[in-house]
Design a protein around this ligand. Sequence first.
Ligand code: FE2
Length: 324
Amino acid sequence: MRVIGIESSAHTFGVGIVDDGKILAKEKEMFHIGTTGMIPAEVAEFHTDNAAEVINRALKSANLNYSDIEGIGYTRGPGLGPCLQVGYLSAKTLAKKLKVPIAPVNHGVAHIESTRLISGMKDPIALYVSGGNSQILKMDNKPFKHYRVLGETFDIGVGNMLDSFARELKLTPSWGSSIEKKASGGKYVEMPYSVKGMDFSFTGLLTKAVSMIPDVPAKDLCFSIQEAAFSMLAETTERALLLTNSDEICVCGGVAQNSRLKQILNLVAKEHGARFGFIEGALNADNGAMIAMVAERMLLAGHSTSIDKCDIEQRFRVDSAEVF
Ligand code: FE2
């Protein structure tokens, strides 16, 4: 089934096209965040200005026409209201015009499911790490098929924590990769480590690291903040793996592009004879292909939503979304 997916929950307006799970196109335009972060109305305006062009570019790169599209998916949430609205309205307009079914998709489920499907995993422990999210999840079939949150951050997402620290150091965006580069050759300095069961917290780590600028060399701070944060994520992921008797771990979301995080998680998996799954860099960032992939599965399972019942939900939790 040829399905187009539209992602617009934050700074990226992404459009992907899939057919039978195969990605035919993934195009996007990204709002470039300055030093101040994102102002939702400004980002939404950026998305509005780029929506038609990115959709056309995706169709062209898939070598398809509008009439070839058999279904639409869009990000229902979570995300920034004004930004979600642009993707939702684009999807709704397309569904009406093309007279094809539409499926509202949970952004977190799209990250996890696209990683699970592409990496060929069956039922992994999923570590979902991005700007706003840091969660450990596993599929649960009761009362409906959904990803159950086994552990999560008490405060901010690991991506936002690293971004905030990079801004304090006046590094250049993209901040995550700037920290990773700067950490090369750094030495470990003592950092707060905050884990409770399978939950974790990052604000203490951020406060401490910021307080050490400029007394400690930036490369040591970058190295240490990564080591502390990733060790917390690895310890809790390992606990989840053992408690659930799982034999697969996958990592997804924007922070999954970090090589050091993948290296540590791979060691954890190896230690317990588990498989470790991840997908290529760009697919971990927000993109339309992951939305199309989940939408195709929903539509094939007969779970479309009538256009007048479609909406957005800024706080759409991953564990409240049914998975098909
Ligand atoms: Fe995301």
